[in-house]
Design a protein around this ligand. Structure first.
Ligand code: SF4
Length: 362
């Protein structure tokens, strides 16, 4: 049995919000066939990139989706924007299954759901000026009638992301990495979306520039009422922008919680390992910080481990972990975890009697 349902759970931190979700993933699966042979292709296996992922977002919220590279988080984002057609499960936007949308529905869907990529340089045409890059979605979706309206909208978009109107006549190579990401964000905003998948939008940037882009995204969310799925491999980045955090390991969500609960009371051993890797600014605290070093690399999604797929690397695995997939359990409120032993481990930091520095419990 896989992790089944991770609803948004309780209210977002700081407020009571009973509104229905804007976006829901229900038992989402994305399996890619592996083919062999040149002339006669035959299926030689399956990559389970996403395996039973469920969670929900309410309007105006940000869910941070975090995990190691290759865990399937980008595949989840691509299923949401329909760059991939999910092989099982559903993506529900405003109550409608996007898998059932037909040709005439797609332009409206593409307006509502946008994606910001890690590398804006590869998503911008080097031969197009910024004006042309921003004009393209306006023209495709018929959002500006006439040149005057189009240029006014481009100027507005540049202002929204902190660029000047004179930047419109320049080419992508004339900008810094941070400025190019601002252009990528402006392009996503051009069609007035409700929901944006931000796929590692700051991981290629210097730390000081990262903070500027994260602040910009927060500000845009506040002003425009946007909803974000923020994908990152770094929990400290996710902390700045998220209301909720979903931790993903080898195609499954292993923990889902309000941000502050996840950082203060992590329940899953993998989340604890990720948290233990975050440097602490205070040198005294940093000197005494205990890291949980996980043994080996994440297993291949072609042949995932039985039971809890984290068990080969988990310092707290018990025999049941190798045979039974843990079901999702409620820790408190919207905080949920998939681990057989979370009660025994507790949710305090550092781990009660089980801190490790070398991959083995002491
Ligand atoms: Fe570790 Fe077992 Fe929990 Fe998996 S179920 S995280 S192996 S303790």
């Amino acid at each position: 049995m896989t992790v089944r349902v991770l609803p948004a759970g309780g209210p977002a931190p700081g407020g009571v919000d009973e509104s229905p979700p804007l976006l829901e993933l229900r038992d989402l699966g994305m399996h890619f066939p592996i083919t062999r042979g040149v002339l006669w292709k035959r299926q030689a296996g399956t990559v389970k990139a996403v395996d039973g992922v469920s969670f929900a977002l309410r309007r105006g919220e940000t869910v941070g989706l975090v995990g190691e590279s290759g865990c399937g988080k980008t595949t989840v984002g691509r299923c949401i924007v329909r760059l991939y057609r999910a092989t099982s499960g559903q993506v529900i936007l405003d109550g409608k299954d996007i898998g059932t949308l037909g040709g005439p529905d797609l332009p409206g869907f593409r307006r509502r759901v946008q994606m910001v990529f890690q590398d804006p340089y590869s998503s911008l045409n080097p031969r197009m000026t910024v004006r042309d890059a921003l004009a393209e979605p306006l023209e495709v979706h018929k959002l500006a009638s006439g040149r005057g309206q189009r240029d006014a909208r481009i100027e507005e978009l540049l202002g929204l992301v902190g660029l000047a109107s004179e930047h419109a006549s320049r080419y992508p190579h004339e900008f810094s990495g941070g400025q190019r990401q601002r252009i990528g964000i402006a392009r996503a905003l051009a069609v007035e979306p409700d929901f944006i998948v931000c796929d590692e939008p700051v991981s290629a940037l210097d730390v000081s520039i990262q903070a500027q882009i994260l602040n910009l995204l927060r500000e845009l969310q506040r002003r425009l009422g946007l909803t974000f799925l923020f994908i990152a491999h770094d929990l400290s980045v996710v902390r700045h922008v998220s209301d909720w955090v979903a931790v993903m390991y080898l195609g499954r969500i292993v923990e889902f919680a309000p941000r502050d609960a996840l950082f203060a009371r992590p329940a899953h051993p993998y989340t604890r390992a990720l948290l233990s890797a975050i440097p602490v600014p205070d040198p005294d605290v940093e000197a005494s910080r205990r890291r949980i070093i996980l043994a080996g690399d994440a297993p291949s999604p072609i042949n995932p481990p039985t039971g809890c797929n984290f068990h080969p690397r988990c310092p707290w695995a018990t025999p049941v972990c190798a045979v039974e997939v843990p079901v999702i359990e409620v820790v408190s409120g919207g905080h949920q975890v998939a681990c057989h032993n979370w009660r025994d481990l507790g949710t305090t930091l550092p781990l009660q009697g089980a801190s490790v520095t070398d991959g083995n419990p002491k």
